[in-house]
Write a protein of this length. Structure first.
Length: 80
């Protein structure tokens, strides 16, 4: 008989400092640049608190569920 632990541990609830590799950091900066240029956004827009909270939510969901297609989960016209 398997016992499933449904309660999160304290370690899972606390934010942790992550060392992002130079390659991943460069890829993130490149995607930020594309977001700004392709969407006619200012470069300061990637520092906006609302966008950062949205990105953090995506990171949290990725940690919880693993890798998934965010376009299938985001609220929009077809899946609101």
């Amino acid at each position: 008989m398997q016992v499933f632990q449904s309660q999160m541990t304290l370690r899972q609830c606390l934010p942790r400092q992550v060392q992002v590799s130079a390659i991943d950091h460069a890829a993130l900066k490149k995607r930020q640049m594309h977001y700004c240029v392709d969407g006619f956004h200012t470069f300061k827009s990637v520092e906006h608190a609302g966008l950062l909270k949205l990105m953090q939510s995506c990171a949290d969901l990725g940690a919880k569920y693993g890798k998934f297609d965010v376009s299938e989960a985001v609220c929009g016209k077809k899946n609101s």
